[in-house]
Structures are given as structure tokens and as C-alpha cells.
Ligand binder design. Structure first.
Ligand code: PHE
Length: 464
């Protein structure tokens, strides 16, 4: 029994869903703390160059593959590779993507679940109370909440249930609908916080920190992290954009959509930095662990606004919304594999995959407390020391996604054929003036840049 393939209602639906996938914890949680750790300016500049030279070309490549072959990653590569050198082996790129989606979702949903805890605390009025005394909140987060696996697992399961429900209802009635409601609210809340941060004394310093490049502050891991973050934030290298592209109508423009999605994603990452750094600099906050700024530092400032407890609640609601539209895309990659290749019904695929990932996430949450040996696990240096999540996140963002992206770039640049690529990029767009530039980027710049960074990290690592 084959069901007709789902489709977005139109280009706006696609843009909202894809921007929903891109904008998430990567922008609001990871990007600010990585920019902070790498001392701002130079890192941000490298990140933007990575988006322009590597991210945007690869996003176009993914969407075009999806739309042309009307399948999610495994099926698309099976079809596209069939008459090329390498043949069925190319499906491996799709499998890598499905695996990455599975792994990323399993920890992403746990972190996303933390926001539910904060929202509930706000509703109970407790968040405001804790946030008024920074040590109390710090203590609550690190020593109580993070030690409580049962609570974290409960929220993780709630988050997985919401994700699964959205994917269950399909492309238009589930995924797109959630994005249509949540994305505008998200933009609204962020705008409000941006205006607030512009009134704080640290605003100017935050802008300076972000845009004054000091290259001495960035080493080769800085490059690896900036590039990995570009992949992670734009949802590239694992077929999420490919899958969403497969539901896109041929009358929409791929180049235009790609530019809009990437611009929105980058803008929101920068806005998140401006908001957080303004606050940190205004109040001279001491940062103990930059990866927990979002859960320990920010509330203590937001609480000083009128209605502080509620402002905080709203803030975590924003993060939860952003995370949900991303987890949906991760689950869609894994489920659509089962739908396309194993011929499962959407219902069976989402319930089975959603619950398997939920179980895997429980294992993550359980082992996170007891992860001392793993936290020293160091795939070629400077991995995060944040336990299981940190390790999985480090592997996914810095290795799985860039390697996946490299293979996608090589396939589309060197195997797909110029005519096929051009035809697909121009369908719904008209003559593409930048085609030559895109092709140069996807054939040379993107693969060489990704490979060079990977090689420099491997060669530069000091083996003991
Ligand atoms: N882009 C999402 C974020 O920034 C994470 C993500 C990665 C989603 C890969 C889908 C695929 O949070």
C-alpha cells in the first residue's frame, strides 16, 4: 500500500518548516556559548564565512536532491546513485544521516526537556524566587535538577511525545502546522528580548564582542567548531533539508528559499548572542560554565524585569518552541526512512521510531550523571566535557554532520551531473545567474574546506 507523498501547502509552508528545523537549541543554546568560549569576533566571522561558502551551497544541494528524487536520504541516494560510479554504495550517505538523526534527537530531546522544567517552575512561581538569588538557581540546576534523572527522563518523554505527535500527523497537518503557529511567536518573543537588551548598558560591549575579530583567540579547534556549528545550526549533513526538500513543490525556488532560511537562521543566532552578552556584560555576571548560561545566568537577569517570573517563563517557552520544530525534523528523517524504504505506514513509522529514540534518550539521561570516564573521551582533542550529551553532541556536530556534508557535496558536485543540478535548481526559479558560483563552491570550496579542517585536526593532534 503506497500512500501519496506529503507536500507543503506552498513555499511559505516550506520556509517556515525548514527555518523551524534550522532554528533551535543550536542557535539559542550552543551558538552563544561557543562564541563566548572562543571569544567572539573572529569565531563569529569564521562561522559566517562557513555559512556562506559551505553551508548555503550544501543546503541547495540537499534540497535539490530531495526534490528531484522524491525520497528521504537513503532512497534519494539509492535512486540518484543508481547509474553513477559507486552505485548503491551512495545509500551509505543516507544511512549515515538517519543514524545521525537518531543519535542527535536522543540527546537533543533531553536538553529540550529541561525547558519544560523551567516553564513549570515559572507557572508555579518558583523560577522567579530561585532566580532572585543566583546561587540558589545555580545550585538547583547543577545539584538538584541535573542529578535527578527521573525528572529529566519524564520531561524528555513529554518532549518526545510532542515531537512524535506532530510527525504522526504528517507533512502538512502536523509538521507545517506546528511551524506556522510557533515560528511567528518565536520571532515575536525574540524581538521583544532584543529590544530589552538594547536598553541595557552592556549592549554596546556585546556588539563589540561579536563583531571585533581577534584571530589570536581562535585555534584550529575554533575552525572545526565554527564549521561544525554551521552544519548543526543549518540542519545540514544528515538529510533533514533533503527530506524537507522532497515535500517541496516544483514551482518553488530552491536558491531563494535556501538564502532566506540561512539568513533567518544566522540572524537568530546573532540575536541570541546579542541578548545574552548584553545581559552578561551589563551585570558583570561571572560565568562558571558557559554551556549552562542559558539555564543559570539568564533567568537571574530576566527576573529583574517587571513580571520577571513570567518573562522567564516566556523565555523558556520560546526555547521549547524553537527546539520542538527542530526535533520534529530530526524524527521526520528517521521516520521517512521507514516509510520510504521499509514501506511502513506513517503511523507505524513514527510510533516505532519515536519510541526507540525515546528509549535511547533515557539511556543517555541515566548515564549522564555517571559519565566520568566518558567525559574524558576525546576524539582528537578539545571535546566538551559535559558528559554523555557533550560527547554525543561533539561527535555529531563536528564529525557526523561535516563528513555527511562533505559526501553530499562530492556527490552533487562531481557525480550528479551539471545538467541535472541546473535543471532542478532552476525549476520554479528561472535562469539562475549564480549557478556557476554555486557549482564552484559545491565542487571545490565546500569539500576542500571541510576536508582541510578535518585533516588539520587529525594531523595537529598531539598523540601521547
Ligand atoms: N538545526 C537545529 C538547531 O540548530 C538542530 C538540527 C541539526 C536539526 C540537524 C536537524 C538536523 O538546533
Amino acid at each position: 500500500m503506497t500512500q501519496p507523498r506529503g507536500q507543503w501547502s506552498g513555499r511559505l509552508g516550506f520556509i517556515l518548516a525548514a527555518a523551524g528545523s534550522a532554528i533551535g537549541l543550536g542557535n539559542l543554546w550552543k551558538f552563544p556559548y561557543m562564541a563566548y568560549e572562543n571569544q567572539g569576533g573572529a569565531f563569529v566571522l569564521i562561522y559566517i564565512v562557513a555559512v556562506l561558502a559551505v553551508g548555503i551551497p550544501i543546503m541547495m544541494a540537499e534540497i535539490l536532491l530531495g526534490r528531484r528524487y522524491q525520497k528521504s536520504p537513503v532512497g534519494a541516494f539509492l535512486r540518484a546513485g543508481a547509474d553513477k560510479v559507486g552505485g548503491k554504495l551512495w545509500a551509505g550517505v543516507g544511512f549515515l544521516g538517519v543514524t545521525a538523526g537518531f543519535v542527535i534527537l536522543s540527546y537533543y530531546s533531553v536538553v529540550a526537556g529541561w525547558t519544560i522544567h523551567y516553564i513549570l517552575m515559572a507557572i508555579a512561581g518558583k523560577l522567579g524566587e530561585l532566580a532572585r538569588q543566583p546561587e540558589l538557581l545555580q545550585n538547583h540546576f547543577v545539584n538538584e535538577f541535573l542529578q535527578n534523572s527521573r525528572l529529566q527522563i519524564t520531561y524528555h518523554l513529554v518532549f518526545m511525545a510532542l515531537t512524535t505527535a506532530a510527525v504522526y500527523f504528517g507533512v502538512k497537518r502536523g509538521i507545517e502546522r506546528v511551524a506556522r503557529y510557533l515560528m511567528p511567536i518565536l520571532f515575536g518573543i525574540l524581538f521583544f528580548l532584543l529590544i530589552y537588551s538594547a536598553t541595557t548598558p552592556g549592549f554596546g560591549r556585546a556588539i563589540g564582542f561579536l563583531f571585533q575579530a581577534n584571530f589570536a583567540a581562535v585555534d584550529r579547534y575554533g575552525f572545526l567548531e565554527a564549521m561544525g556549528q554551521a552544519f548543526f545550526s543549518l540542519s545540514l549533513g544528515m538529510g533533514a533539508m533533503l527530506t524537507y526538500g522532497s515535500y517541496m513543490n516544483r514551482s518553488g525556488s530552491i536558491p531563494k528559499s535556501t538564502l532566506q532560511i540561512s539568513a533567518l537562521d544566522t540572524l537568530i543566532g546573532l540575536v541570541a548572542c546579542v541578548i545574552m552578552f548584553s545581559i552578561i556584560f551589563s551585570f558583570d555576571m561571572e560565568i562558571q560554565k558557559s554551556s549552562s548560561i542559558l539555564f543559570t545566568t539568564l533567568p537571574t537577569v530576566l527576573v529583574q524585569l517587571p513580571g520577571g517570573n513570567w518573562v522567564n517563563g516566556l523565555f523558556y517557552l520560546l526555547i521549547a518552541f524553537a527546539a520542538l520544530t527542530s526535533t520534529i525534523s530530526l524524527l521526520e528523517v528517521v521516520s521517512s526512512f521507514a516509510i520510504d524504504e521499509l514501506k511502513w505506514s506513517r503511523r507505524r513509522a513514527t510510533l516505532t521510531m519515536g519510541s526507540s529514540i525515546a528509549v535511547f534518550g533515557i539511556l543517555n539521561a541515566l548515564s549522564n550523571g555517571a559519565s566520568a570516564p566518558l567525559s574524558t573521551f576525546n576524539p582528537l582533542g578539545r571535546s566538551s566535557t559535559a558528559g554523555v550529551f557533550g560527547t554525543l553532541d561533539f561527535l555529531a556536530a563536528n564529525w557526523f554532520l561535516p563528513v555527511g556534508g562533505l559526501l553530499i557535496a562530492l556527490f552533487v558536485g562531481w557525480f550528479l551531473g551539471r545538467r541535472d543540478a541546473r535543471e532542478e535548481l532552476e525549476a520554479g526559479h528561472g535562469v539562475m545567474t549564480g549557478f556557476g558560483v554555486w557549482r564552484f563552491l559545491i565542487r571545490f570550496v565546500a569539500p576542500i574546506a571541510v576536508a582541510a579542517i578535518i585533516v588539520s585536526v587529525i594531523l595537529g593532534y598531539e598523540y601521547q
